[in-house]
Design a protein around this ligand. Structure first.
Ligand SMILES: NC(=O)C1=CN([C@@H]2O[C@H](COP(=O)(O)OP(=O)(O)OC[C@H]3O[C@@H](n4cnc5c(N)ncnc54)[C@H](OP(=O)(O)O)[C@@H]3O)[C@@H](O)[C@H]2O)C=CC1
Ligand SMILES: O=C(O)[C@@H]1CCC=N1
Length: 274
């Protein structure tokens, strides 16, 4: 992949996952700059030879790609200085936003000179090269920028494009937020095992290895439905059937549907917080 000069605005959880994931894949540290007001966060990056700054203006000026990795709620304040004195011309830069729920139209309004704006919804497993990211680009964005954005995220995991921007809300429920659902499930399993007298670290090993194994089974058997994989574990009248009966009785499927709908609904509301 091409190694463009890329500036991250915001060096928090998601920026760390992407930047450290990219470094692991050989993206040159000297081509990346991370801007964050917090010295401790900047230190995390400078320890890996990534350029750091608390001067967004200067760092954006020299960038070919600007990736906004700040909380959606602060995006307006973050963008204002770039346009206030018409100081930064974004027309030749690729602008990427990973902010949940914030539309291209809104980013365009915040950065009027920008011509190429791409939205990406990544997730933190990018840190370990197992990320999943959804991408959306309006029709005017050039193929070379779309290709760059896709290859950037492909370097740290898998990607999919959506044609309809509204679908980015659902993508958030399936990529950005979804590792947290699995973490919650794993936490609950670990806790249950501890209550059954298994020590905490063995409980963690049992949970992590089973989760990893299950995910790997899904990945390596693309022609077998996930339901079939579940059924293969479930002996008639056996232990798994007893466990699954409780999940079904308490309507796990409906709980998951409601949780993911709540995620979508929150994403649809986020723009109003700007
Ligand atoms: N976390 C995740 O799993 C995912 C997050 N996202 C999106 O990524 C974005 C960032 O989320 P996340 O990394 O979790 O948030 P974090 O709060 O961890 O990171 C945001 C960082 O931006 C910094 N910041 C605040 N103001 C500025 C500024 N003016 N200039 C530069 N940096 C600034 C914050 O500093 P300080 O803390 O001092 O305010 C903080 O370090 C959000 O828009 C979110 O929707 C998307 C997918 C997944
Ligand atoms: O919780 C959030 O709003 C962000 C977006 C997706 C994951 N974290």
């Amino acid at each position: 992949m091409q190694h463009k000069l890329i500036t991250f605005i915001g060096g928090g959880n998601m920026a760390q996952a992407i930047v450290f994931g990219l470094l692991n894949k050989g993206y040159p540290a000297e081509k990346i700059t991370v801007c964050d007001p917090n010295q401790q966060k900047r230190d995390l990056f400078s320890q890996k030879r990534v350029n750091v700054s608390n001067d967004n203006m200067t760092s954006v000026q020299s960038a070919e790609v600007v990736l906004f990795a700040v909380k959606p709620q602060v995006l307006t304040d973050v963008c204002q200085p770039f346009t206030e004195k018409s100081e930064i011309d974004f027309s030749n830069k690729l602008v990427i936003s990973i902010a949940a729920g914030i539309s291209v139209a809104r980013i365009q309004a915040l950065l009027p000179t920008a011509k190429n704006i791409i939205r990406i919804m990544p997730n933190t497993p990018a840190l370990v090269s197992q990320g999943m990211a959804g991408l959306y680009a309006p029709e005017n964005v050039t193929d070379k920028f779309k290709y760059f954005a896709e290859s950037l995220l492909n370097a740290v995991g898998k990607t999919c494009w959506v044609d309809n921007e509204q679908d980015m809300h659902s993508i958030t429920a399936g990529s950005g937020s979804s590792p947290a659902y699995f973490f919650l499930f794993m936490e609950a399993m670990q806790q249950a095992l501890v209550e059954m007298n298994i020590d905490k670290s063995t409980a963690r090993l049992l949970v992590q290895q089973s989760a990893l194994g299950a995910a790997q089974m899904v990945k390596e058997n693309p022609n077998v439905s996930i339901s079939q994989l579940r059924e293969n574990v479930t002996s008639k009248g056996g232990t798994t059937a007893a466990a699954l009966a409780i999940f079904n009785q308490q309507n796990l499927q409906e709980m998951v549907r409601s949780a993911m709908s709540a995620c979508v609904q929150r994403s649809q509301e986020m723009e109003k917080d700007l």
